[in-house]
Design a binder for this molecule. Structure first.
Ligand SMILES: Nc1ncnc2c1ncn2[C@@H]1O[C@H](COP(=O)(O)OP(=O)(O)O)[C@@H](O)[C@H]1O
Ligand SMILES: [Mg+2]
Length: 314
């Protein structure tokens, strides 16, 4: 028996969010931000927290420093019900941080990757591969160690009967250097958004991008924002699903991560891929009803109730 339904692997940092900023940052000047929040950051942590909230048994394997940001990361994950036994605390590298400067709908982010950039396969406790039903990796371009060892990590998952998901997320270097031909056959479900898929495949249209990955995928779900998502499965027609459209979006922070958390929680529970897509569609929509990436995720009951009452989800 595996101890965890899902182990989230890699990207982990804190967010220092500045709001109500008077003007834009300028070199040589000092300005005021009128509001500040220091909180658990990273797309992978939002994913882990929300999967735990809707009932999955989740652990996190990531690298942090022996510092106060590391303490904040660890205690925040625990408060969200995420097991922290596989966190790697070390003295060489500080815990990463993102400074998020919010301007209305948009944000300017500056990230110091810190410890998460250094974690590689050699740092990971081998029990991670024995105790997980499923391993989720996100933001591959934020972590050069995991990216370097990705093929080996995925092969180890396969050898241990662990299913896997990969969400590329944005590439801050905009090189989009990922060998899809080599990596995708090793991934159970590939989960980029539409824009990322076009950059990864170097194609201008979504249709061309889908055909570019088709020969290599086992399954993929492409997130298309308020348009919904497309599920691709080997040997089956693609399944398009409209979003459960929220016309009063509070914000879309973490919508993709929340979609992933619903999809993967159901996958680890043994549901078929089309049902996973429907559930992810619901959790993605529910995410947009509250501020930030985790606020709407209090319990499975609450999330499903909002899904039913606001979006007619069944
Ligand atoms: N306005 C919206 N109403 C309902 N659901 C939404 C809305 N925007 C996004 N979603 C859901 O969230 C999912 C992920 O959003 P998307 O923006 O594509 O991902 P990412 O956050 O990774 O860029 C979508 O596939 C959809 O299911
Ligand atoms: Mg995303």
């Amino acid at each position: 028996m595996k101890q965890f339904d899902i182990i989230a692997l890699g990207e982990l940092n804190v967010d220092l969010i500045l709001n109500n900023i008077e003007g834009f940052p300028e070199v040589g000047k000092e300005k005021f931000a009128k509001q500040m929040t220091l909180t658990l950051g990273s797309s992978t942590a939002i994913f882990a927290a929300n999967a735990a909230a809707i009932g999955a048994k989740v652990a996190f394997c990531g690298m942090i420093g022996n510092d106060s940001f590391g303490d904040l990361v660890e205690s925040s994950l625990q408060a969200k019900g995420v097991d922290t036994r596989f966190l790697i605390r070390q003295d060489k590298h500080a815990t990463g941080a993102t400074i998020c400067m919010s301007y209305d709908e948009d944000r300017a982010n500056l990230t110091y990757q810190g410890a998460m950039d250094y974690m590689g396969l050699e740092d990971i406790n081998p029990d991670v591969f024995k105790e997980a039903k499923h391993i989720h990796i996100s933001s591959i371009f934020m972590q050069s160690g995991v990216k370097r060892d990705l093929k080996k990590i995925l092969e180890l998952c396969k050898a241990n009967g662990v299913t896997t998901s990969l969400d590329s997320q944005w590439d801050p270097t905009e090189q989009w250097d990922l060998d899809l031909k080599e990596i995708l056959p090793l991934v159970t479900v590939f989960m980029p958004n539409e824009t990322e898929l076009k950059f990864l495949t170097r194609k201008a249209t979504l249709e061309e991008a889908l055909e570019a990955i088709r020969p290599y995928v086992n399954a993929a779900v492409i997130k298309c924002g308020s348009k919904g998502s497309i599920l691709m499965r080997k040997g089956q027609p693609d399944r398009k699903q409209e979003a459960l459209l929220n016309k009063n979006v509070v914000d879309c922070i973490g919508a993709g991560d929340s979609f992933n958390s619903g999809f993967i929680t159901r996958l680890a529970a043994g549901d078929a891929l089309d049902r996973c897509q429907e559930y992810g569609n619901m959790t993605g929509a529910v995410n947009t009803t509250a501020a930030g990436g985790t606020t709407a995720f209090t319990s499975r009951e609450d999330v499903e109730r909002v899904g039913r009452e606001r979006f007619g989800w069944r």
